[in-house]
Write a protein that binds this ligand. Structure first.
Ligand code: NAP
Ligand code: MG
Length: 402
């Protein structure tokens, strides 16, 4: 069979530890035999980031803007222990944080559904995608403990010196206050990312806040979404046969539990933090979750939602067998290859991505899986595979399809 040709390179961001090991096996077993793989390679492994004073991370994000599609391996976010372990010059920032700041995006996370790993909520038949706004609110707050009686105020001083103030509370005794903010421009790009992603995946979009209580702050989110929808997306949604649905956050939670899934749930920053963990664990495992960063300008970065699986890596270094689930990393590649195929009009590449995803799911549904899934599956006669053999079994399934 002739290998599939690519036109534009994918931006390939390599990473750390166990996921770096999986990265190479996935390429060797599942990609290079079938695709004339064209990538622009950036090594975001911690050693290289340290060597380049983290310039490599910035370069990889800029390359993503240039080419439009990136695929990223999980990377270490250094803490004090890592500074010592890798003898770092500095405690470098989270690569995901750096890349997000440059691409200005929204993160979409969706569970990968397979038979035999049933969601805890029995009504859920299709995945629920969480779209999390990644700027502001309680994540960029200013807090104060109030020691005793006194007046707390919200004060805004405009550039021309005009002062606006509101009383927060007349304290009669000790208490607490918190100041949070968001920026219209960031909410607007969040809204556009969500609307574009809904059109891209042909799924309805839900959005919810607490605007009945927060009549200015949350209401501003609601108004920005509605205005952008009415002016820029309504006709496109009608043509695609999908809907935009706004409701109160408590109503949304109740409806999500009773739904069959198959939609995108746009969440404010805190709601997204909380509900993405709820959704992923209710669907089974973090290793069965896709994650893509979509920028408002239409740039895509695909990754796994989990980390570098450090505990397994140390076992691997000791020569012990590991059973690390590579599904999320495989789906990062298929997501990126499909998008590249779509942008460059290469149907064979899109078809290959579909087949590789199907081969991965079929392999698990036939009872061949890694330990994390074997522990929670309802399937009988399960074969537990190590990291490498699981990928080799996927290749066998793939061979029967090509
Ligand atoms: P982690 O790598 O997600 O792993 C936590 C635990 O979850 C593992 O020990 C393992 O449980 C289980 N697990 C996660 N992924 C798995 C997989 N693919 N297959 C099987 N089991 C899996 O989180 P961490 O250990 O807290 O973080 C390790 C490093 O990853 C840190 O340096 C952190 O900075 C980095 N990190 C990177 C990203 C990213 O790049 N996107 C995200 C999060 C964390 P058992 O040990 O019970 O088997
Ligand atoms: Mg969280």
């Amino acid at each position: 069979m002739e290998k599939i040709k690519m036109v534009t390179p994918l931006v390939e961001m390599d990473g750390d530890e166990m996921t770096r090991i999986l990265w190479k096996i996935i390429k060797d077993e599942l990609l290079i035999p079938y695709i004339d793989l064209k990538t622009e390679y950036y090594d975001l492994g911690l050693e290289k980031r340290n060597e380049t004073d983290d310039q490599i991370t910035i370069d990889s994000a800029n390359a993503t803007i240039k080419y439009g599609v990136a695929v990223k391996c999980a990377t270490i976010t250094p803490n004090a222990a890592r500074v010592e372990e890798y003898n770092l010059k500095e405690m470098w920032k989270s690569p995901n944080g750096t890349i997000r700041a440059i691409l200005d995006g929204t993160v979409f996370r969706a569970p990968i559904v397979v038979k035999g790993i049933e969601p805890c909520v029995s009504k859920w038949k299709k995945p629920i995608t969480i779209a999390r706004h990644a700027y502001g609110d309680v994540y960029k707050n200013t807090e104060m403990k109030i020691p005793g009686p006194g007046k707390a105020e919200l004060v805004f001083t405009a550039e021309d010196g005009t002062v606006t103030r509101e009383t927060i509370h007349d304290f009669k005794s000790a208490g607490i206050i918190q100041g949070i903010h968001n920026i219209d421009k960031s909410i607007e790009s969040f809204a556009r990312s969500c609307f574009n992603y809904a059109l891209d995946t042909k799924q309805d979009l839900w959005f919810a806040t607490k605007d009945t209580i927060s009549k200015k702050y949350d209401h501003n989110f609601k108004d920005i979404f509605q205005e952008i929808f009415d002016n820029e997306y309504k006709e496109k949604f009608d043509a695609a046969g999908i809907t935009y649905f706004y409701t109160l956050i408590d109503d949304a939670v109740a409806r999500v539990m009773k739904s069959e899934g198959g939609f995108i749930w746009a969440c404010k920053n805190y709601d997204g933090d909380v509900f993405s963990d709820m959704i992923s664990s209710a669907f089974g495992s973090l290793a069965m979750m896709t994650s893509v960063l979509v920028s408002p300008s239409g740039v895509y970065e695909y990754e796994a939602a989990h980390g570098t699986v450090q505990r397994h890596y140390y076992k691997h270094l000791k020569g012990e067998e590991t059973s690390t689930n590579s599904v999320a990393t495989i789906f990062a590649w298929t997501g990126a290859l499909r998008k590249r195929g779509e942008l460059d009009n290469i149907p064979e590449l899109m078809d290959f991505a579909d087949k590789l995803e199907k081969a991965t799911i079929d392999t698990i549904e036939s009872g061949r899986m890694t330990k994390d899934l074997a522990l929670i599956t309802s399937l009988q006669n399960v074969t537990v595979l190590n990291s490498e053999n699981f990928i080799k079994e996927i290749r066998k399934t793939l061979e029967t399809m090509i």
